[in-house]
Design a protein around this ligand. Structure first.
Ligand code: ADP
Ligand code: MG
Length: 347
């Protein structure tokens, strides 16, 4: 493993109160992995990163880097580097000098500095911009300088805390692809912190979804989306419908319909993604989950149309359905229509 956290807890004492920022996190990050910590603001992502980097000591638990216990080792003696949201470039230094700074401090031979800085600027696609000053660069270019500056020291792992947060959407999406390419090219472990689900899904090999100081699910992007482990994960990543009730014989009865939950009985919470649901006027055959409702909203969104369907007998349960707009996109149903919603049990 590159990075291991073993039941790590972090408590802060502020104004006579104890705040548990991280409540017991266990992670095992593989060498060369692109690993993301994803969760809402305040869930403990930055605190977790700072413990990996060594800027904070855990209140409990162990941190291991490449097999060595570093729980009480200072940041400068850990083989990791951190990139922050505010790139903190030296404003009075050129691109070249910013990237070369760390190597110069360590009295690296001039010739080696030249080679390594040149190589790194090539990788982050800034060759030819060596003489520019930070203020003469776009946000995305500044971020790439910060990345080159962190990578030129050849850390075994790079920690990135919301590094694209200051960029606008288009640039952020372009940089996500860039970052993934750079990580593949340099082949080192990246630990990436974000509150943006799309960002995490786009780049990561695995994602730890955090909520309130704990990891709620740790899996690959597809698994996280297709099989969310908790209602929180289902709601935080993408849009999801939740249906709760008491199941009997592997079936949950809901207003003239049924939700199939094979192998489950008693109190259950079911989640189904909007795009897995088919909307129609005919009653679907057995073998499918099927519920009845009334369409309350139809919103055309280009690639797909979103329907809000109020489950007849359940008053307040609104189900969201996405139907892809293929060929000539005529709406399947209109506001006020009485419809059947169906989906396969596996979804
Ligand atoms: P995130 O990065 O996910 O937004 P943080 O790790 O920054 O979350 O913070 C987690 C929780 O710990 C928050 O409730 C925050 O207010 C609290 N916290 C973070 N740093 C400190 C500190 N130095 N002193 C007291 N509380 C802190
Ligand atoms: Mg943070």
């Amino acid at each position: 493993s590159a990075i291991e956290l073993e039941d790590v807890v972090k408590e802060y004492h502020s104004h006579g109160e104890v705040v548990q920022a991280v409540k017991g996190v266990t992670l095992d990050i593989a060498e060369g992995e692109f690993f993301s910590l994803l969760g809402p603001s305040g869930c403990g992502k930055t605190t977790t990163m700072r413990m990996i980097a060594g800027f904070e000591a855990p209140s409990k638990g162990l941190v291991r880097l490449h097999g060595q216990d570093v729980t009480n080792v200072p940041p400068n003696r850990r083989d990791v580097n951190m990139v922050f949201q505010s790139y903190a470039l030296f404003p009075h230094m050129s691109v070249w000098d910013n990237v070369a700074f760390g190597l110069k401090q360590r009295r690296t031979p001039q010739e080696e500095i030249g080679r390594r800085v040149g190589e790194m600027l090539e990788i982050v696609d800034l060759a030819g911009r060596e003489k520019r000053m930070p203020r003469e660069l776009s946000g995305g270019q500044q971020q790439r300088v910060a990345l080159a500056r962190a990578l030129v020291n050849r850390p075994r792992a790079l920690l990135l805390d919301e590094p694209l947060g200051a960029l606008d959407l288009k640039l952020r999406q372009a940089m996500q692809i860039e970052l993934k390419r750079i990580q593949r090219e340099v082949g080192i472990t990246f630990v990436y912190v974000t509150h943006d689900q799309n960002e995490a899904l786009t780049m990561s090999d695995r994602i730890a979804v955090m909520n309130d100081g704990l990891v709620e699910q740790l899996a690959g992007p597809r698994e996280i989306y297709e099989r969310p482990a908790t209602p929180f994960v289902a709601g935080f990543i993408g849009t999801s419908n939740l249906l709760a009730g008491s199941a009997n014989g592997g079936e949950l009865k809901i207003g003239g319909g049924r939700v199939l939950v094979p192998g489950h009985d008693g109190e259950v919470t079911v989640t189904v993604r909007p795009e897995k649901i088919t909307i129609g006027t005919e009653e679907p055959g057995q073998g499918l989950s099927a519920v009845r409702g009334t369409v309350t909203e139809v919103v055309y969104l280009g690639t797909y149309t979103s329907y809000a369907v109020d489950l007849a007998a359940r008053g307040e349960t609104i189900i969201t359905v996405f139907q892809q707009n293929v060929h000539d996109a005529t709406a399947t149903a209109e506001r006020g229509d009485s419809v059947w919603l169906s989906w396969q049990a596996q979804h």
